[in-house]
Design a protein around this ligand. Structure first.
Ligand code: CA
Length: 508
């Protein structure tokens, strides 16, 4: 079936693949001319999810507001439907750098990014940008295409973090093996200090900059700065309605995985000592409180430091011509389905926060439901900077969406695939539209289907419901169409990272 026919069929009222609440005017893309190229500040935190950003609303907005991150949305645009293509750190970071899905960039799991392929920093550097990176990198290989960098090796440390800096890299190519310099303080504060130093002193003033500022927080094990010890101390964090999800009617994945609150695997939310006196639900409730307080104290540290950086942009006059983007490398469970962490294609782990400020082009306080993906970030930044994307990049620039307009041929569905790593979370792939989500757990051959309009919290698997059989057929076809369009082989389970073949074919 041709794409147009497909859209016609599903537009007949079975699965809506239209884009709600948006006009469909195609606009010409924004061009930046010569001297006036915008600077780009790309701020990313690790595991910071939209439920913990007050601009997204929700039950935590009043408990732990994030006024500084919210400023980006107040003065710019908030994306309600930004999704990750593989919800785990290194693969998402690789998708962001390459504009390609895991099966194309070769990073399915925690393997090193082959830096011979075209990447956002390399293309921006080639176009005359000064390119810089500070903070958590987690691509394992030595950076390429960066003029200035200071990187936490591996996961990095929360307190008194060590950095490998440009010139200290190891000749093996493995950035973790480089010489390390230790800095005193909490990683979020040190990263912001380093960001400010770059903006104030280290960057050349006669070039536009592409600057990645990547916080380590709020990744586990949520070690917050001392000054936040009392924050939320006497507050009871509200619980999601499905904290005690019994997993009824769902695939075996939920029953097999180990990323539930209280899990002894990884021991991050077990809090054995503090909850030893409790049993059953009371124990889990306490584990949830302890987990959330640690997580939100880390979020508070990130938000305060984002404020320091935004204030400097204002004071220095850089704000006007600097695109500021804020995101997390994937979504994260904050107790929904009784879970923490990521990986699973459910809404909380699939949705990335994404907020952009660009005073010259974006109407303040804008919002869009237009569906964007992490693979779109690189093409978007390149277009905003007036740089051509590499022809093999699978992502698509959403510059028109920044201006509040959605091209008529914009995507109405997205493809997701998670391979396998720890936490015993079954590999799966699936498709999400604006109204439905179909997930296939390929190793155990089980399906889940959710009606996101009637069941936004994904509690009712309707895959076997007779009323949804037309939806099952439509989405199964759409899933295959996306796999075909993106060149993903369902049998490629990611056991042979293509550091070599595919990445090699993309060498620039
Ligand atoms: Ca992450």
């Amino acid at each position: 079936m041709k794409r147009r026919d497909f859209l016609k069929t599903v537009g007949a009222g079975i699965v809506s693949l239209t884009i709600p609440g948006c006009s469909n005017n195609l606009i010409s893309s924004s061009k930046s001319s010569g001297q006036d190229k915008p600077n780009v500040l790309f701020i990313m935190s690790d595991d910071h999810t939209s439920q913990a950003i007050s601009a997204y609303g929700g039950m935590l907005a009043s408990v732990c507001p994030t006024p500084n991150i919210d400023r980006i949305a107040k003065e710019g645009i908030l994306f309600e439907n930004c999704f990750v293509t593989n919800s785990i750190c290194t693969p998402s970071r690789s998708a962001i750098f390459t504009g390609n899905y895991s099966h194309v960039n070769g990073v399915y799991k925690f393997t090193a990014l082959d830096q011979r392929q075209p990447t956002l920093p390399k293309l921006m550097q080639k176009a005359g940008y000064h390119t810089a990176f500070v903070g958590k990198y987690h691509l394992h290989s030595n950076p390429v295409g960066l003029d200035h960098w200071s990187i936490l090796p591996g996961q990095g440390r929360y307190h008194n973090p060590q950095f490998v800096e440009k010139g200290d890299q190891h000749p093996s190519g493995w950035v973790e093996d480089g010489n390390r310099t230790t800095y005193k303080g909490h990683s979020s504060d040190v990263i912001a200090d380093k960001a400010l130093d770059y903006l104030k002193n280290a960057r050349p003033k006669d070039k536009p900059f592409m600057f990645f500022c990547h916080f380590k927080a709020p990744h586990d094990t949520w070690e917050f700065a001392e000054r936040y010890s009392d924050f939320l101390e006497d507050v009871e964090i509200p619980e999601p309605a499905n904290l005690f999800d019994d997993y009824k009617g769902r695939s075996d994945m939920l029953r097999k995985q180990l990323q539930y609150i209280g899990s002894e695997w990884g021991d991050h939310t077990n809090f054995e000592e503090e909850t030893r006196h409790l049993q059953g639900k009371a124990k889990k409730k306490m584990q949830y409180q302890l987990y959330m307080k640690k997580y939100l104290r880390c979020v508070k540290g990130v938000d305060d430091n984002v404020g320091r950086i935004l204030d400097y942009l204002d004071r220095s006059g850089l704000a006007e011509n600097t695109i500021v983007m804020y995101t997390g490398d994937q979504g994260f469970f904050l107790g929904e389905h009784g879970l923490y962490d990521k990986r699973i294609m459910y809404e909380e782990a699939l949705r990335m926060p994404f907020l952009v400020r660009w005073p010259r082009h974006i109407k303040p306080a804008s919002k869009t439901k237009g569906m964007i993906l992490n693979v779109d970030f690189a093409p978007t930044i390149l277009e905003a900077a007036g740089v051509k994307k590499h022809p093999k990049m699978q992502g698509r620039s959403f510059v028109p969406l920044l201006m509040g307009r959605i091209p008529p041929d914009w995507r109405t569905s997205m493809y997701y695939r998670y391979y396998y790593s720890h936490f015993e979370t079954e590999p799966h792939y699936g498709v999400r539209t604006y109204t439905h989500k179909l997930i296939y757990f390929n190793r155990i051959d089980q399906w889940e289907l959710y009606d996101l309009v009637k069941d936004p919290h994904e509690m009712n698997n309707v895959y076997d419901n007779p009323e949804y059989q037309q939806v099952v057929r439509t989405l199964t076809k759409e899933l295959k169409r996306l796999q075909n369009e993106l060149g993903d082989d369902p049998n490629d389970i990611g056991d042979n990272p293509n550091i070599g073949e595919l990445a090699d074919s993309l060498r620039d």
